[in-house]
Design a protein around this ligand. Sequence first.
Ligand code: UDX
Length: 448
Amino acid sequence: MTQGTPTSERPLRISVIGTNYLGANTAAGMAEFGFDVIGVEIDEHRLKLLNDGKAPLYEPGLDPLLKKHVDSGRLRFTKDYTEIADWADVHFICVGTPQTEGSDAADLSQVNSVVDMLAPGLTRPCLVVGRSTVPVGTAKLVEQRFQTEAPAGEGIELAWQPEFLREAHGVEDTLHPDRLVFGVETEAAETRLRQVFAQPIAEGTPVVVCNRPTAELVKGGANAFLATKISFINALAEMADAAGADVTQLADALGHDKRIGRGMLNAGPGYGGGCLPKDLRSFMARAGELGVEEVITLLREVDDINQRRRGRIVDVVHELLGAEWVGKKVTVLGAAFKAGTDDVRDSPALDVAGRIQLHGATVTVYDPEAMENARQVRPTLRYAASAAEACEGAHLVLHLTEWPEFRELDPAALRGAVENPVVVDARLSLDSKKWRDAGWTYKAPGKP
Ligand code: UDX
């Protein structure tokens, strides 16, 4: 199979379908690798932003990279599939796979609609590469659809090449991944992927070449393991609370063991975001379909610990605020699911803020980047223009997203603005001594 015919006279042509976190980073990254790239985005507003070299989301370092390659002419965006179908040698599928309404399974409708839109225009052989996170077994089904519905038929090959990019580090993780996983069924597909990723491979990035089900499982497995690590340390935070121990020191000491490692061992309000929670649930749903129930038992507990964490923070607020919440003002520092992003999908911060509001308190939120998104998801919360403004008259301040800005707050100055100097550091990352020295009651679940 020839999979497109780039010649030595022209660079490889790459299309990237979907332009959210994954797609926007992939498109900019492929242009940086030296290829000609067209991204597909069907929303007019987002399309205009992208063609102006602006990401439709907050991601450090992404705007300059988009701008660089929109200006160089190597990168542009369209909503028209006919522009990419026969133009590209390689098509990357980077659309979302959210959780299905009312079920744990992944919703593959966006992947299916890519096939609907792209297949009729594919008249010459090419490689389609899935990067979206999907249940194991999806690649085979998607390939069957392409081969049945595209004029080029069996000339269309499908590879799965999962990505592992973290929001707030998307550019770095795209340009310098810590590993590349090529789920392929033929040597031609492997050769083409090695050509696409020649730059990181030359830098020494390890490549794992495997079949497609393995590649699909790597992504789900990595996310399930990371979620397990976070829930494990959060379970230890509960033990630390009961025993008078310090979970951060515990994590440091455990992390020095090379077999364990310190990464993903920060106790806190639990994992959130657009990936880990829904990927874990979709992994469980698929394990159930495949008849391997034991996997579900383990991961169900991981998910339960994660949910319990949010309730634990509300309990701590309860202990400190007393039984009567009506008329009490609570300041929530942070709305994003983690620092460095404006993403509020399944954000523990907003969930906890909402729960506290339901108990009758007035909740005022401040976040350096995620205010607009937070307002859309939780319009009934109050929002302030700065941390200091959010703290005015507060009976309790709750630190829920670990932005550096919050670590730099001056507790002595804030002391005068609040009604009661009580802070709950759910991220365990404020300087407890500084807050206590300034006269605050400092409480962090998991620390004595
Ligand atoms: C994650 C995976 O890391 C990435 O490989 C995958 O491709 C997508 O999902 P991301 O959602 O950007 O990336 O966030 P990550 O940095 O992994 O954090 C996930 C959640 O876990 C956040 O809510 C974060 O606050 C929380 N977390 C992370 C902890 O509670 N403790 C930690 O030690 C690390």
